[in-house]
Design a protein around this ligand. Structure first.
Ligand code: AMP
Length: 143
């Protein structure tokens, strides 16, 4: 099972923000879209960083409401770990676990083409597990 299977189901649209936008803007975007992270991009498909709800929590814990007026580039993570379409689910889970993050942008040929969250991975694993169980029950019933 690979990342391309997840993207085929959930789509390839990625919510991005620009480095000059404020933390308040990002909080509003994450809340209205019901997502946990946005990729920071100039808008040309490049990946300059990633900013997640956790970064916003850290910023507010450190600076209070003043953090909301600060820019994304000040609080984003610049060194982004990305995946490719051919990346396996196992490898993706390992990356998320060892890196302690829940979002991985998918980049092909230098261009952003999707984002996988831990929720997407859990959903697919659950479906796989249920399918395995069904197959096992059918096998037992007909054996
Ligand atoms: P998350 O668990 O995704 O909310 O992110 C936790 C922390 O890891 C935040 O500081 C994020 O900016 C950072 N982060 C999230 N995704 C990635 C990624 N793919 N590569 C590097 N850092 C990330």
């Amino acid at each position: 099972m690979t990342v391309s299977r997840i993207l085929a189901v959930k789509g390839r649209a990625v919510i991005t923000v620009q480095p000059e936008q404020t933390i308040q803007d990002v909080a509003h975007i994450l809340s209205s879209k019901g997502i946990g992270a946005a990729v920071v991009s100039s808008g040309a498909g490049d990946v300059l960083g990633i900013i997640s709800e956790r970064d916003i929590v850290h910023a507010v814990a450190e600076k209070g409401s003043a953090a909301l007026a600060e820019t994304v580039q000040h609080h984003m993570t610049e060194r982004v770990i990305t995946a490719q379409e051919k990346t396996t689910l196992e490898s993706l889970m390992q990356t998320m676990t060892s890196g302690r993050f829940r979002h991985v942008p998918v980049v092909e040929g230098g261009c952003l083409c999707g984002l996988v969250s831990i929720g997407d991975v859990v959903k697919l694993r659950l479906e796989e597990f249920e399918a395995e169980q069904r197959a096992l029950k059918e096998y037992i019933a007909t054996a």
